[in-house]
Design a protein around this ligand. Sequence first.
Ligand code: NAD
Length: 334
Amino acid sequence: MRIGLAGVGRIGAFHADTLRSLDAVDQLVVADVDAARAQQVAADRGLEWAATTDELLDSGLDALVIATATPGHAPLLRAGVAKGIATFCEKPVASTLDETIELTRLVEEAGVPVHVGFQRRFDQGYRRARDVVASGELGFVHTVVAHTRDSAPPPAAYVPTSGGIFRDCNVHDFDIIRFVSGREVVSVYATGSNQGARFFADAGDVDTGAALLTLDDGTLAQVSSTRYNGAGHDVRMEVLGERGAVAVGLDDSLALRSLEDGVDFPHGPVTMTFMERFLPAYRAELTAFFDVAARRSPSPCTLDDALQAFRVAEACEISRAERRVVDLTEIKGA
Ligand SMILES: NC(=O)c1ccc[n+]([C@@H]2O[C@H](COP(=O)([O-])OP(=O)(O)OC[C@H]3O[C@@H](n4cnc5c(N)ncnc54)[C@H](O)[C@@H]3O)[C@@H](O)[C@H]2O)c1
């Protein structure tokens, strides 16, 4: 297949490495609004590059991967779908709820395969958690705990267009809570704080967030995030039930040390980046995308999945701003 990759910054350059190692990819063409960056990424890897994303879209692609900064997702997704090109789009698919709803309808009507990049759905630990919940072995589930803690903040320029910590960061937790529990969120209470760099507050964002979600079966989900987890990149989930409890991400790479006598767990090395934490999952999601693009499988993460996670993030931003519980019925797009 001939694949176009739009956006070769942090995650885009990383996806370029994964894509060129996959058997399904015969040709990989990259483009970026920063043409010099596209040229460099292509030269470093022996790839083709296009001077603009329009040129990329007109270059006879079988499938498109969108990994630009968030504001670039919606226009490229619209353009790809208009040309009937199967598209993988990094999360979040758009910067606003209205645009996410519009794109969801557009993709449904067009019938073009689209897969959204929530890679945790391809992580073995999260997949086992979903199976354990579905099997009923935990009895009823009363509590889910989900964390996304980055070891260091992103560059200042990333923050104003990121959508804020709940849309940019915890949106992964909201998606995976839906995936693992099989339930929908009905209400949220969220808060946040800033003790780090000024650029978070200047963008109206927070560097640390927390949210309490109530799911439609009464399960309570506690979600937290920070851009300042100096110990390492810490992404985990606990699912606690009537008859048992399981954890995802609880292994020797854990970015946490015990103060108890005689405990030498974890043994390290600590995971410092999302690339290290989810390397196999990113590979699995892009591999799965080619089955979606070839119409052999339905999308494992649809626009509607992305919309439902985004609605929870939207509710969290309203809750944080207005300091109140927000019911999901207040948020469009159900
Ligand atoms: N799934 C994940 O785990 C994960 C991890 C990191 C980032 N992301 C998402 O991926 C996206 C990119 O994040 P990043 O950290 O790589 O950002 P980044 O700022 O490092 O890179 C973005 C790149 O996109 C280019 N770009 C911006 N607008 C463009 C446009 N309209 N057309 C073409 N190129 C354009 C920039 O020049 C830059 O090279 C964000 O939406 C982010 O939310 C997802």
